[in-house]
Design a protein around this ligand. Structure first.
Ligand code: SF4
Ligand code: SF4
Length: 462
């Protein structure tokens, strides 16, 4: 790691070699274009940007700053760039976009910030402005359009993707491609990451799932289970394990019909209107199901679901419905510690370490509950890393879009993991889980160490 001390920052752009010099706004003579650009820049919350007092307390917490030592790769530097763009002192250009997308969105800086700067919201807005500007100039890539418009909003297409993946695995095609080197036709980042994907459930197995899993005893709660889009395809068994744990703890677990992707990937990538459309579908679906709680097991999805209130804060039609929905959202860890304790029948006799999901720890403040559950398993010893809540480098699709930086962060993380001498890395988010598996392979620790979702660990001990 290359941590640097936090020097006070001079905000004049010419002091920062990576920061583009101020430019005259494009199309300044074109009144409609200027109005459109001004409307875009109005999206920045200047008051929130001004809350940053440039103290630099957030710098040591920031993984991208620790790796590079660059101010423009720090929270303070990014906020300064946003302020520069919002005040039209800097241009909304490719350099600004690069700096905004180099951020993991892990929100470790929020936890460290003494001024309570809501950095997560600021970075989402900055990316929204970048993307809206590209839409305005019609420069969005075809891949983005395909993924955000034609893939994630459509559950059937995600299901087809899961089925295709199962077929590739079941037919041995994935292994053959790996062994023969054929896998190298994929971009390097995807070829690398596909190694971490576990066996997915067959379509037949998925069809067997009943609409409701009944409580094992007298039900105390009716739970609406938020399955997640990719989560339910690639980690179907983890969802099943979570439902089993909840039903053993006294819940009727309803797999609510017509739910959609949470919208996190859209929101983190500046696609706010796509995110809002998905959120509305979820609010409606869970209202119809009339449940006590909306429960999920993926830190990234949970943080997005709990953010719906903020997404609709200025929408009188949806504001109250969003607030009512958010009031019911719980991570499975949060709920399980509140319910009657689970009875474990199989001691695991293992030393484990827990990798916080950024969006669970920094985004939702859920840190103690997973640790409490892990410690409740007979024979399990929890050995903490020095920085368990520092991002693993997964961060949604960051490990695809910023592969090298992501792997540097992961290699540092694996050094921290190895110092704990744990045999199992436990986490509570699918992206982190894949990344930790990749880390195990990169460190050559296959067979000595495994990575598991916390719900699978608990289920294994039942
Ligand atoms: S974001 Fe917070 S911690 Fe970081 S420089 Fe600004 S005020 Fe200080
Ligand atoms: S969200 Fe994470 S990567 Fe981004 S500025 Fe904050 S600490 Fe750094």
């Amino acid at each position: 790691m290359t941590a640097k001390t936090a020097e006070p920052m001079d905000l004049t752009p010419q002091e920062h070699p990576e920061t583009p010099a101020p430019q005259a706004p494009a199309g300044a003579s074109d009144a409609p274009a200027v109005a459109a650009r001004d409307a875009l820049l109005d999206k920045f919350d200047i008051d929130e940007l001004q809350n940053c007092m440039h103290c630099g307390f957030c710098l040591p917490a920031c993984p991208t700053y620790r790796q590079t030592g660059l101010e423009t790769y720090s929270p303070r530097g990014r906020i300064a760039l946003m302020k520069g763009v919002a005040q039209e002192k800097l241009s909304l250009d490719a350099e600004f976009e690069k700096n905004m997308y180099a951020c993991l969105g892990c929100r470790a800086c929020e936890t460290a910030c003494p001024s309570g700067v809501a950095y997560g919201k600021l970075i989402e807005t900055a990316r929204e402005v970048v993307e809206d500007n590209k839409k305005r100039l019609d420069k969005r890539s075809l891949t983005r359009r395909l993924v955000f418009k034609h893939m994630f909003p459509h559950p059937k297409r995600i299901r087809a993707f899961g089925t295709a993946l199962w077929m590739a695995q079941a037919s041995g095609l994935q292994k053959i491609a790996d062994k023969t080197g054929l896998i190298r036709i994929l971009p390097r980042e995807m070829a690398e990451m596909q190694r971490a994907v576990d066996k997915v459930a067959s379509p037949a197995k998925r069809k067997e799932r009943p609409p409701t899993l009944r409580s094992e005893g007298e039900p105390v709660l009716k739970i609406g289970f938020f399955k997640g889009c990719i989560m339910d395809e690639m980690f179907f068994e983890t969802n099943q394990a979570t439902a089993r744990l909840l039903s053993k703890a006294g819940c009727d677990v309803v797999f609510v019909e017509d739910q959609a992707c949470c919208g996190a990937l859209h929101a983190h990538s500046g696609e706010k209107s796509g995110a809002a459309g998905l959120a509305k579908r979820n609010i409606e679906a869970f209202e119809r199901a009339d449940v006590d709680f909306v429960v999920n097991n993926a830190g990234g999805c949970g943080a997005a679901l709990k953010d719906y209130g903020h997404w609709f804060a200025h929408d009188p039609e949806w504001r109250d419905r969003a607030a009512a929905f958010v009031a019911k959202v719980r991570d499975a860890n949060e709920l399980l510690v509140e319910l009657p304790p689970l009875t474990f029948h199989k001691p695991l006799n293992a030393r484990v370490t827990y990798q916080d999901s950024c969006h669970l720890a920094h985004g939702q403040g859920v840190r103690n509950q997973p640790r409490q559950l892990i410690r409740s398993i007979p024979g399990v010893e929890l050995a903490e890393m020095s920085h368990p809540d520092s991002c693993c480098g997964s961060a949604g699709i960051y490990n695809i879009t910023n592969f090298d930086m992501s792997m540097d962060i992961l290699d540092d993380k694996m050094e921290d993991v190895q110092r704990t001498k744990a045999r199992i890395i436990v986490t509570a988010n699918p992206g982190c889980l894949l990344q930790m598996r990749e880390g195990i392979m990169r460190a050559g620790l296959q067979g000595q160490m495994e990575a598991m979702h916390i719900m699978d660990l608990l289920d294994r001990a039942l």
